[in-house]
Design a protein around this ligand. Structure first.
Ligand code: FAD
Ligand code: 2HG
Ligand code: ZN
Length: 469
């Protein structure tokens, strides 16, 4: 089918205002947030509902047009960016923004995939409930993108990742058929759990158009603390101690190394460390519960004991919500500070928590020896064993140098991750960034199974080609 015929049929389905053809207007859809992935597209198509998504997919199926699904375009693995051929359609969910139902009795929320995560959180708050998925991009990422990447963030320690928060899905298959699995059930053993196939599939199997999410009791408030620690082994020991003392009230436990904190305070205005002295590591700790009584005491008792045991050197407990927010801003500002300061070679790794300290000691040594002088920006969701072990190259690094160093660093770090029985992507997904790496670390059996699933659902290879597999 000729390009002109394709675009006019797309317009017929979604309306003229739903198809973006002008290259200048396509800019934000064909480049990623990190400024690393760049592509071109025949058209950006923005359906308004599942029926329109289905018609678009049928047309793309008939015309053999590859489709790149896109939500908020905040992904960190290049998965939402089309390739440079100009032959792929970007299917954006950003006009599918309806919250259909919030049920405080069943504790569920049903929404379109294009709803922004922060709007889901707000809709839950309105009925006195809580939706715990939380990440730095929550003001612009969509719940569909969160599902497609099985996003993690800072609430995983207590509530699990996006997969754990999902009860039902609606998906448009590559040939346009619609699977309506929008079930608001906590138990359903009627065969294979299809929704789990699509969660984390990064747009490679179909378009997620709707979701039923779990809601939780709303915490009455939170107590936040910022802690300075001498080494990573002590950060892990502190985590274990607080888990034992506070149980599920420990709702977040994040880590930042000294260079990560210093990057934020130097790159971003109005970001100041709560502690005067510099420590090698910092932990950001949060306790939350449906009742606030006793929470502050519980944290303070735990922290005092940790000081006596020599696990921590210093700490500040936030005395107001404003103080708590500024502590969180330090943690959440690291991504932007990296973009401002240089080109980060990213590693989004998961490790058994017991292996974290030894892993980092070996990885630091390897980078120091093989890539001397490059700053290591190590931070992450340490309570989940998830490190963002990034290495910063200068902003003006030559493209060939960037490529060579990325390949070398990825291999060095990921080989070590494999030795420690870890994963090369904890929460950001594979996309294009780790596609080649995936083959190196997955067994043949695992790759064969994934390829068989892909072939069964997308025999013409039209869904997000070149990503993940
Ligand atoms: P997009 O970037 O648009 O797409 C991501 C992938 O999902 C692509 O492969 C795309 O093809 C596919 N996709 C999108 N929508 C659909 C759909 N409806 N159906 C099928 N496939 C689809 N991630 C974390 O996990 N934890 C964090 O703490 C975190 N912090 C971040 C902080 C910042 C400042 C930024 C910029 C990003 C952060 N991210 C984090 C990464 C990103 O926000 C998440 O991956 C998020 O889930 C992506 O959502 P999105 O709507 O932007 O998806
Ligand atoms: C975070 O935890 C995000 O802040 C982004 O997952 C990590 O910038 C990164 O590498
Ligand atoms: Zn993260």
């Amino acid at each position: 089918m000729k390009q002109k015929e394709l675009t006019s049929r797309l317009m017929h389905i979604v309306g003229e205002e739903g198809v973006i053809l002008n290259p200048a207007d396509q800019e934000t859809y064909v480049n990623d947030w990190l400024g690393k992935a760049h592509g071109r597209t025949v058209a950006v198509v923005r359906p308004r509902n599942t029926t329109e998504v289905s018609a678009v997919m049928r047309l793309c199926h008939q015309s053999h047009t590859p489709v790149v699904p896109q939500g908020g375009n905040t992904g960190m693995s290049g998965g939402a960016t089309p390739d440079l051929s100009g032959a792929q359609v970007v299917l954006s969910l950003n006009r599918m923004k309806r919250i259909h139902d919030v049920d405080p009795v069943n504790n569920t929320l049903t929404a379109d995939a294009g709803v922004i995560l922060a709007e889901i959180q707000q809709a839950a708050r309105k009925v006195g409930r809580y939706f715990p998925l939380s990440l730095g991009a929550e003001g612009s990422c969509t719940i569909g993108g969160n599902l497609a990447t099985n996003a993690g963030g800072t609430g995983v320690l207590r509530y699990g990742n996006t997969r754990d928060l999902t009860l039902g899905l609606e998906v448009v298959l590559p040939d346009g058929r619609v699977w309506n699995g929008l079930r608001a059930l906590r138990k359903d053993n009627t065969g294979y759990d299809l929704k789990d196939l699509f969660i984390g599939s990064e747009g490679s199997l179909g378009i997620i158009t709707g979701v039923v999410l779990k809601l939780f009791a709303a915490p009455a408030g939170r107590i936040t603390a910022w802690v300075g620690v001498q080494n990573l082994a002590n950060v892990v020991a502190l985590l274990n101690r607080l888990q034992a003392d506070c149980g599920p009230r420990l709702s977040a436990f994040e880590m930042m190394s000294a260079p990560s904190l210093s990057l934020v305070t130097t790159q971003l205005e109005a970001h100041v460390s709560p502690l005067k002295k510099i420590y090698p590591y910092y932990a950001l700790i949060e306790l939350a519960d449906t009742r606030l009584a006793g929470l502050q005491d519980m944290l303070q008792t735990g922290l005092s004991a940790a000081i006596e045991e020599g696990l921590i050197d210093d700490c500040v407990v936030a005395m107001s919500e404003a103080q708590s927010v500024s502590m969180w801003k330090l943690r959440e500002g690291i991504s932007l500070a990296q973009v401002k300061a240089g080109k980060a070679v990213k590693h989004d790794i998961a490790l058994p928590i017991s292996g974290l300290a030894s892993f980092v000691a070996e990885a630091d040594q390897a980078v120091l020896t093989d890539f001397p002088g490059l700053p290591i920006i190590n931070f992450g969701h340490i309570g989940d064993g998830n490190l963002h072990y990034n290495v910063l190259l200068p902003l003006d690094v030559a493209p060939e140098d960037y490529k060579e160093k990325t390949t070398g660093l990825n291999k060095r770090i990921h080989d070590l991750v494999a030795q420690f029985n870890g994963s090369i992507s904890a929460e950001h997904g594979v996309g294009t960034l780790r596609r080649d790496e995936l083959r190196r670390y997955k067994s043949t059996v695992e790759m064969d199974l994934m390829i068989a699933i892909k072939r069964a659902l997308d025999p013409n290879q039209l869904m997000n080609p070149g990503k993940l597999l």
